[in-house]
Design a protein around this ligand. Structure first.
Ligand SMILES: N[C@@H](CCC(=O)N[C@@H](CS)C(=O)NCC(=O)O)C(=O)O
Length: 212
């Protein structure tokens, strides 16, 4: 049985969505954020030393890092769905996007979130961060030009992994100059499995380990 440790409004939404796309049976444990700091509650540290979400239990395995979790779930439970054939050239593109989302694209966006909290003190770094945000969004928009999905123009788990990057960019108001990305994000959000995941997380019972 799969067990997802899910922090509300977080990267973990992607894993919930993936599990719904694959129609897998899973247990969901939802953790609220601290109302003052917005951080994860200490209970998550008892699950994994970093105290972050997502964390997935799969049989005897404890998995952290969204990209690694997605890779493992698709490999072990996907039965060929949501990823290209491992020996195809498209598989390399798929792995690129799986790593790129957290390895490259998130950094300027997270810096932008933190800089926003610093106010004037963060002003000297703001131009560099804004230019990097535009650099990454431009790269993604170009990759999506003339296509519906990132890899082989077929929906894959790479689209799920990149979604949080684009949701964060949208939250920061950074998508105005990237209509291709806006339409792509709407396409992803229209998927029934995405909507089931949102529904499941918002109606989750905060009883059990996540309650406080
Ligand atoms: N690169 C990691 C990032 C994990 C991460 O930072 N998760 C955030 C949720 S968006 C978290 O748990 N934040 C709560 C905290 O830091 O207290 C991944 O993709 O899984």
């Amino acid at each position: 049985m799969l067990k997802l440790h899910h922090l509300v409004n977080s990267r973990s939404q992607r894993i919930l969505w993936l599990l719904e796309e694959l129609g897998l049976d899973y247990e969901l444990v939802v953790y609220p954020r601290d109302p003052k700091t917005n951080f994860a509650p200490p209970e998550l540290k008892a699950i994994h030393p970093l105290g972050k979400s997502p964390v997935l239990e799969d049989g005897g395995r404890l998995l952290a890092e969204s990209g690694a979790i997605i890779d493992s779930v698709v490999r072990r439970h996907g039965q060929g769905r949501l990823a290209p054939a491992p020996d195809s050239a498209e598989y390399d593109t798929y792995v690129h996007w799986l790593h790129y989302a957290e390895g490259s694209a998130m950094l300027p966006l997270i810096l932008s979130v933190y800089m926003g909290r610093l106010g004037e003190a963060g002003a000297p770094l703001q131009p560099r961060i804004s230019s990097e945000v535009k650099n990454h969004l431009g790269y993604i928009a170009e990759a999506l030009e003339g296509r519906d999905y990132l890899v082989g123009n077929t929906f894959s788990a790479a689209d799920i992994q990149l979604s949080f990057v684009l949701e964060t960019a949208k939250h920061l108001g950074a998508l105005a100059r990237f209509p291709t990305i806006v339409v792509y994000l709407e396409r992803l959000h229209a998927r029934p499995a995405y909507q089931r995941a949102v529904q499941r997380s918002s109606s989750a019972d905060l009883g059990g380990p996540g309650k406080r």
